[in-house]
Design a protein around this ligand. Structure first.
Ligand SMILES: N[C@@H](CCC(=O)N[C@@H](CS)C(=O)NCC(=O)O)C(=O)O
Length: 227
């Protein structure tokens, strides 16, 4: 049985990706949620996660004695282990592009990640206005996301980035969540993609569970002191 270690669903954007992928694909797995108390060496979070893998971050996947960390490696492992689920697009060129946009997610969008932390439960529209006004990097990230998603949707014809749901949609689900939380303005076709993405059973299940957590983790809440 696959075991996936994740952080708080309200906050952990990296955890969301493989969890949504597994859930949406209907692959059976066991979830182990490790609460974010802090990321200090003596925190319960660090102690628990370090006992599983030396990187000390979530997500971590454990399967048949194998420990796989880092989201991209986990997604690749799942795609290889469950080829019948077609987690990457079947077409070679589309697959290369899907890998490319996932790698871009890993290596880019620093300003968006820094100034718009994922927070499924919160309404941070006012903060979104301030961030957009003050952070040129967030404006640039938003423009890139709009152009990236628009191009992919135009090429594939939708409803997902590469037609059918694939790893790339799971990868951008936390970005879509941020766009909603901070009410960042996007064109109508991007708004419609976000609606479709958030309506996927796997994404809905994550968001519902995030709302049910009723936890408040101060290190992930730069804009609020309470819920
Ligand atoms: N590149 C890693 C990033 C994972 C990551 O940063 N996870 C956060 C939670 S969303 C974490 O565990 N942080 C703990 C720390 O920074 O010490 C991946 O793709 O899985």
């Amino acid at each position: 049985m696959i075991r996936l270690y994740i952080g708080n669903k309200n906050y952990s954007s990296w955890s969301m990706r493989p969890w949504v992928l597994l859930t949406q694909a209907g692959i059976d797995f066991e979830e182990k949620m490790v609460r974010f108390d802090s990321f200090e060496a003596d925190s319960e979070f660090k102690k628990t996660v370090l006992a599983v893998n030396p990187i000390g971050k979530v997500p971590v996947l454990v399967h048949d004695g194998l420990v796989v960390s880092d989201t991209l490696a986990i997604c690749e492992y799942l795609a290889e282990t469950f080829p019948e689920e077609h987690l990457w697009p079947a077409d070679k060129a589309a697959r290369a592009m899907a890998r490319s946009v996932c790698a871009e997610m890993h290596s880019s969008f620093g300003p968006l990640r820094t100034h718009c932390l994922m927070n499924v439960e919160a309404d941070l529209a006012q903060q979104g206005l301030i961030v957009l006004r003050d952070q040129a990097g967030v404006r640039a990230d938003l423009a890139r996301i709009v152009s990236l998603w628009s191009g992919l949707l135009e090429t594939s014809g939708g409803p997902m980035l590469f037609g059918d749901f694939c790893i790339a949609d799971a990868y951008y689900a936390p970005v879509a969540s941020r766009l909603r939380t901070y009410a960042l303005p996007v064109p109508a076709q991007i708004d419609a993609y976000i609606d479709r993405l958030q309506a996927l059973p796997g994404v809905r299940a994550w968001n519902d569970a995030a709302l049910a957590e009723h936890d408040f983790v101060p290190m992930d809440e730069p804009y609020r002191s309470a819920r």
